[in-house]
Write a protein that binds this ligand. Structure first.
Ligand code: PEP
Ligand code: MG
Length: 582
């Protein structure tokens, strides 16, 4: 048994067999096969070789037909390598004589060849080394049975272990068969992590080396509460986790049974609890959990799931589904927040990344740079607004000019719809995300030009503390409880109050019950969170009075270190709702 610590990003515990996804650079551990399995392992290697040769032949034909014979020749060279009897003989000799696993034998042989070629220094020969790596990757993909496409063909429940999962890969995980996942990299508010919450899949990120050290089929406990992955657990640990999971299920059931209770404090102050969603199908689930509306619909996932631009009708249809779950409550549709890490894999050409993608052409900047896509989306939002209380929200606004440009595009779209005689609603509230430090600093100016604010703490923390939200190497510097973040939230809450502009918090901070007393104490009355935590948030709200929350906030604001703030809030939550404290 060995335990790998990581960052818990989606609560829950999963116990099951590992399904190991390959990485670009496979690192193959030195493994041996038993003597009586040698023949079967050699057959497995030959099958993989056969499959790879067939795949290369298909690629050769495709390249020749579509690009010309000279491109097909690249694959012919790969084919020649794959069919080299010397290479095959050497791999099989290592399996037979040294009992190496085919994976290890293969990387040994190909690695040695590649090294020799690279050391020759000649450019052409170094290129041939790249061909060898390519062949190795293809063969390993077959041998390990870990090709990414296979995720969609799962037939048994598994725990997925991967170096990383892109937001689109996560969005398309087959929920029925993925009990949980762990990645070697990632951060607390990376989009992959957020999606895990949406899919209600327990997840741990930033566990470091795991892909090369676990085999498909190994039993794994994925602890999404404390942030750890336990490989090959002993009986006692398994029994403890099973018992714990049963207890947690009971608490969750009890909380969900309170869904029809109002979300109000003990002194009867109403707190609006809304859901953050990525997929239209989640809206109905939010309703079941007792949400007061949708506070953040991340529409870019339409692109990330389908991997292409959406038509106006596709936008409309997705939004209609969401509004039909909440015809009488707010539905905040955020315009596309693409770019940076949220790039559909089939469309990378649209998003030049540069060295600092988080500071580059992303989000509202991208929408303003591609008005036709932006207008298509705005048309659909304005049309669907006829069906309910639809609000439009612009992401990552960093200056007044950007906000004004976005609003003026919205006005242009209204004029177009009017001219074309298309039915739509003008009565749409327009709000903005608060995610860049320039906004809290100028909150009063922005407040004059919007109907509402929504604080996106995920990005606000990233940009205020200069910490990449997805980078595990700096995860320890990414602290929601940092006093600078608390001050920023207070600035926005105060400006909102002064100018009559409602403020919501929709970053992951509001999905953590320990921050609820602090946020209420700072004056917030609207939170938007990952749907499945809404019952826990409601439980917290219902155990508090506003003076109590204000006292907690006052105390927290006096602390100098993020660590102390978080410890203090954790202790306060333990006193209020012992069931929820982890
Ligand atoms: C945020 O930044 O807090 C936010 C809610 O937006 P996203 O996580 O989609 O960037
Ligand atoms: Mg954001």
């Amino acid at each position: 048994m060995h335990t790998k610590p990581g960052i818990a990003v989606s609560s829950g515990v999963a116990i099951g067999q590992a399904f190991v996804l390959g990485v670009e650079d496979f690192r193959i551990p030195k493994r041996f096969v038993s003597v009586d399995a040698v023949d079967a392992e050699i057959v497995r290697f030959r099958c993989a070789l056969e499959n790879v040769c067939r795949e290369i032949a298909d690629n050769e034909k495709l390249a020749s037909d579509q690009l010309g014979k000279q491109y097909g020749a690249i694959f012919a060279a790969h084919q020649q390598l794959a069919r080299d009897p010397k290479l095959q003989g050497e791999v099989e000799a290592l399996i037979r004589d040294k009992n190496y696993s085919p994976e290890f034998a293969l990387s040994r042989v190909l690695g040695q060849y590649a090294q020799v070629l690279q050391n020759l220094g000649d450019l052409y020969k170094a290129d041939r080394a790249i061909d060898l790596f390519d062949l190795e990757k293809r063969l390993l993909a077959y041998l390990l049975g870990e090709r990414r496409e296979e995720l969609s063909h799962l037939t048994v429940p598994v725990i997925v272990l991967a170096h990383d999962l892109t937001p689109s890969e996560t969005a398309t995980l087959p929920r029925k068969f993925v009990l949980g996942f762990a990645t070697e990299v990632g951060g607390y508010t990376s989009h992959t992590a957020i999606l895990a919450g949406a899919l209600e899949i327990p997840a741990v990120v930033a566990v470091g080396d795991i892909v090369a050290n676990v085999s498909g089929g190994d039993i794994v406990i994925l602890d999404g509460i404390h942030g750890r992955v336990i490989v090959d657990p002993d009986e006692e640990t398994l029994a403890d986790y099973r018992e714990w999971a049963q207890r947690a299920r009971k608490v969750a059931q009890r909380l969900v049974s309170f869904r029809s209770f109002p979300s109000e404090t003990m002194d009867h102050v109403r707190v609006q609890l809304m859901g953050n969603i990525e997929f239209p199908e989640e809206a109905a689930h939010c309703r079941e959990l007792g949400a007061d509306g949708i506070g953040l619909y991340r529409t870019e996932f339409l692109y990330l799931e389908s991997n292409r631009e959406q038509t106006e009708e596709e936008h409309y249809e997705a939004y209609r589904k969401v509004v039909s779950a909440f015809p009488d409550q707010p539905v905040v549709i955020r315009t596309l927040d693409l770019g940076s890490d949220k790039v559909p894999s089939a469309m990378p050409q649209f998003y030049p990344q540069g060295a600092n993608p988080e500071l580059g052409l992303r989000s509202i900047r991208l929408s303003l740079a591609d008005l036709s896509q932006f207008k298509t989306q705005l048309r659909a939002i304005l049309r669907v607004a006829l069906l309910g209380d639809v609000r439009v929200m612009f992401p990552l606004i960093s200056s007044l000019i950007e906000l004004r440009q976005a609003k003026s595009t919205l006005s242009d779209v209204m004029e177009d719809l009017e001219d074309q005689g298309v039915a739509f609603s003008r009565d749409v509230q327009v709000g903005m995300m608060v995610e860049v430090p320039s906004v809290p600093l100028l909150a009063a100016d922005f407040a004059r030009e919007v109907d509402f604010f929504s604080i996106g703490t995920n990005d606000l923390i990233q940009y205020t503390l200069a910490v990449d939200r997805s980078n595990p190497a700096v995860a320890k510097f990414y602290n929601s409880g940092d006093p600078a973040i608390l001050r920023m939230i207070q600035m926005v809450a105060d400006a909102g109050k002064k100018h009559g502009v409602p403020v919501t918090v929709c970053g992951q901070m509001s999905s953590d019950p320990k921050f609820v007393p602090l946020l209420l104490g700072l004056g917030l009355r609207q939170l938007s969170a990952t749907p499945h935590v809404i019952p826990e948030l409601k439980e917290t709200v219902r155990h508090l009075t506003i003076p109590q929350a204000e006292a907690i906030a006052e105390q927290a604001m006096k602390l100098e270190l993020a660590r102390d703030v978080e410890t203090f809030l954790r202790e306060e939550l333990k006193k209020l709702c012992p069931d929820l404290a982890t």
